[in-house]
Write a protein that binds this ligand. Sequence first.
Ligand code: MG
Ligand code: ZN
Length: 188
Amino acid sequence: MNQRKAVFLDRDGTLIVERNYLGDPARVTLLEGVPQALKRLADAGFLLVMVTNQSGVARGYFTMDDVARVNGRVAELLEREGVRLDAVYICPHHEQGSVPEYAVSCTCRKPSPGMALAAAKEWNLDLSASYMIGDKHTDVSFGRNFGARESYLVRTGHGAEAESGYYVVVARLSEAAADILRRDRENP
Ligand SMILES: [Mg+2]
Ligand SMILES: [Zn+2]
């Protein structure tokens, strides 16, 4: 079976407005242009895979149920605009957390590539033909660690860090999507 391509997407600061440890679905706001850009990527055949570090769970700020509610709200707002995430992966861990169950060193917290490796297995993905879009250094490092074709740092969240050559800095997600689609057309 042919391997599929994915665009991996960070959540906070990339798809939705950064709220710092968001546990309340009422505070979910999609960033401008995100649904339209995701729709173009999906129409071009990319799976849309959200990968999110939620150490607030390990830190005791909110629960996995809260994360599910926030993610549900993200999905609801996207579906209203006609776009669906194909998969969602969550890392609730943090070594210095206060909730014993989640206060562990794991292989899924970005920049470790665990969530991409799990997605690749589950969805038969060609990771070297896949992309990563996020707003933090840990996101673009995640892309590098799973062997992404390219990683994009958006400036809509925390992403104002220095460039270092293995990723592309863009103003917002729609710019990353346009570049992915151009590259995919020129060299599928
Ligand atoms: Mg983020
Ligand atoms: Zn983890």
